[in-house]
Ligand binder design. Structure first.
Ligand code: ADP
Ligand code: MG
Length: 208
């Protein structure tokens, strides 16, 4: 991944959050406070605005900047969680253009940071339920000899499956957990937006 691809990824995320804002809002209105669409939209628009004049030296720096911007522009749980993920991923990258394996290791560091901050385990009906299967699928594809585009495409499908698999779960973290068993039967908004983040990576990588 070079800086141009990282920029394309971020732009594709912003486009996806724009296209899917209403859906994310609807999902969060069922089991939360109906702000997830607006939060993600605001956050990635702020990221886009910083990108106009920002000239990072590395993908590492760029992702750290994405994370800091999300933290400072998004209220709600998702801002700090996504922000921390991008910051941690950026910090884990080398200063040179990362290869697919280095990107995977950095994304794992991002997931670890989310889990440390939010204390969510797999099955708690959070973004972790899309993030973790996405990285496992990414890793499997690399092991099978696939390139970044193939790994990202497979990760995106696994994240979508993971998000759908949150429907029958009871939320144990975040606002949705206040509903107890009434959170069952609805797809988690954060897992859904995480699938969009991986879908955007697949789109950007495929355009190479
Ligand atoms: P808020 O819950 O503050 O309104 P958002 O609506 O933007 O923030 O984001 C909600 C999403 O954040 C949830 O759908 C869930 O995926 C994710 N989330 C909430 N709490 C946690 C947590 N402790 N760990 C991981 N993800 C979480
Ligand atoms: Mg919310």
């Amino acid at each position: 991944m070079d800086i141009a691809l990282a920029r394309h990824w971020v732009q594709a995320i912003a486009v996806a959050m724009d296209e899917h804002q209403d859906r994310l809002t609807q999902l969060d209105s069922a089991i939360g406070d109906a702000d997830h669409g607006a939060n993600m939209h605001r956050g990635f628009n702020a990221v886009l605005a910083t990108q106009v004049s920002y000239r990072p030296d590395s993908v590492s720096q760029l992702l750290v900047k994405v994370g800091s911007t999300l933290i400072s522009s998004v209220g709600g749980a998702s801002g700090p969680l996504y922000g921390t993920a991008f910051r941690a991923a950026g910090k884990a990258l080398p200063g040179t253009d990362p290869d697919a394996a280095e990107l995977l290791a950095a994304l794992r560091a991002g997931l670890d940071a989310v889990r440390e901050l939010g204390a969510a385990a797999p099955g708690d009906k959070t973004m972790v339920d899309a993030f973790l299967p996405a990285l496992d699928a990414f890793e499997e594809e690399l092991r099978a000899g696939g390139d970044l585009a193939a790994a990202a495409a497979r990760a995106a499908r696994a994240a979508e499956d993971g998000a759908r698999a949150t429907v029958p779960l009871q939320a144990r973290k975040g606002r949705a957990s206040y509903l107890g068993p009434r959170s069952i039967g609805h797809q988690d908004p954060g897992a859904t937006s995480t699938a969009l983040v991986f879908g955007a990576l697949a789109t950007a990588a495929a355009a190479r």
